[in-house]
Design a protein around this ligand. Structure first.
Ligand code: NCD
Ligand code: ZN
Ligand code: ZN
Ligand code: ZN
Length: 393
């Protein structure tokens, strides 16, 4: 099966250029001018072709909270947002602490074939805050462990988890929150937990990825670790780049303008490895009762393109690194470049398109977005996974 994409502007982390792209058997077979190709032709004139996006941080609520989201609606939302790979958090019911739950999620997703779904296992068993022996039973399909939604409170427990993670080649994701301090000072709670986890990783040589970094101080700690060549990576979310000084309920909270501007500065200076949505769907009732989080898959590209590329002059190649190649590297995937041999996971975007966010139109079950009514520029018009279209406007 061949697909021949013509007349598009191509952009990946290495830059932007005009060429045709040939897809064969789910992989990029050739990139260049005047390719002698057969198969189906796709005229992409006026559009930009990028590697499809990879989201390191999503909540699909399956098993356990299907009223909020399930694997199918989550995957449809991801495809609509331009994503072909996602990494799901473990705060389901039951908490994902075993290969049994990992297999349940992955098999359900594989049957749909819309998105490559990776599933985190919890750092402590059932989020009990103590037990890490379950990590010994994980096979190589698990690449990341995370207590997301909760902080790992004991440094000793985190150290034990990091030692096992290092032996098994796993990366530890940190939801950096000191939960005794966050009820009255969430800034201090993030800063302190970030410093603890970074120092543990640096001391033990274990790979650590900081989720949703949101303060100046936490980002400075990540930068310090990077300067010291510690095995530390980080993500920021679209909502922490867009909003400041508002109180839409999400963890970590929306911060001040100074924090937001510093996150953008860190991006501009190459200190950020990925933009991750922290897609966290809730029912209207749960949201009304104070559940933290927002849905982000279907607004991520428009938000990032508008704020980073249009307003701050970041190159689209740099944004591509944050949305595709950077997170793909953290997950160990051969995705994120428009080069022969890479997976034919592509997104076609219309950079000139202006649109207004309407939660009622989301493929996600979640309607909890602070972006309702916001005007954005840049829209995903088609998503291709392994050469097959998984979303088309
Ligand atoms: C997330 C959720 O609802 O699962 N909520 C949030 O506010 N981000 C948990 C999390 O990412 O910490
Ligand atoms: Zn979190
Ligand atoms: Zn999360
Ligand atoms: Zn700027």
């Amino acid at each position: 099966m061949e697909l021949w994409i013509q007349n598009a502007k191509l952009v990946d982390e290495t830059g932007e250029w005009f060429a045709d792209l040939l897809i064969r058997d789910g992989k990029i077979a050739a990139v260049g001018q005047g390719l002698a190709a057969g198969g189906e032709a796709l005229d992409a004139a006026g559009l930009t072709v990028m590697p499809a996006f990879v989201d390191l941080h999503c909540h699909f609520r399956d098993p356990g909270y299907l009223q909020k989201e399930d694997i199918e609606t989550g995957c449809r939302a991801a495809a609509k947002g331009g994503y072909t790979a996602v990494n799901l958090m473990a705060n389901t019911n039951p908490v994902c602490s075993s290969m049994e739950t990992v297999r349940y999620v992955r098999e359900k997703a594989q049957k749909l074939g819309l998105v490559e779904v990776h599933q985190c296992v919890s750092v402590t068993e059932g989020f009990d805050g103590k037990t890490v022996s379950h990590l010994q039973a994980l096979d190589e399909t698990v690449k990341l462990i995370s207590e997301d939604g909760k902080g790992v409170m004991s440094n000793h427990v985190m150290a034990q988890a990091m030692k096992i993670a290092k032996e098994k080649g796993l990366t530890v994701l940190s939801h950096a929150e000191d939960m005794e301090i966050s009820p009255y000072d969430y800034r201090l709670a993030e800063n302190i937990a970030t410093i603890q986890h970074v120092h543990l990783a640096q001391s033990l040589g274990a790979r650590l990825h900081l989720c949703h970094v949101s303060t100046v101080e936490a980002m400075q700690e990540v930068i310090r670790a990077k300067i010291c060549k510690a095995p530390v990576t980080c993500e920021v979310t679209p909502h922490h780049l867009w909003f400041y000084d508002t109180d839409y309920r999400v963890n970590p909270p929306i911060r001040t303008k100074k924090d937001r501007d510093y996150l953008i500065w860190a991006i501009e200076n190459g200190y950020v490895d990925a933009i991750a949505t922290d897609h966290a769907p809730h029912t209207p009732e749960d949201k009304k009762n104070g559940a933290p989080g927002l849905v982000g898959l279907e607004t991520a590209f428009g938000v990032c393109y508008t704020i980073l590329v249009r307003e701050h002059g970041l190159s689209l190649a740099a944004l591509s690194r944050l949305l595709s190649a950077g997170p793909a590297r953290i997950l160990g995937l051969k995705k994120g470049r428009l080069q022969p041999g890479y997976d034919a996971d592509l997104v076609l975007v219309d950079e000139s398109r202006e649109w207004t966010v309407r939660a009622a139109e989301f493929a996600s079950k979640g309607r909890n977005t602070p972006f309702e009514g916001v005007h954005l520029q840049g829209k995903v018009v088609r998503t291709i996974k392994g050469g097959k279209t998984t979303y088309q406007e």
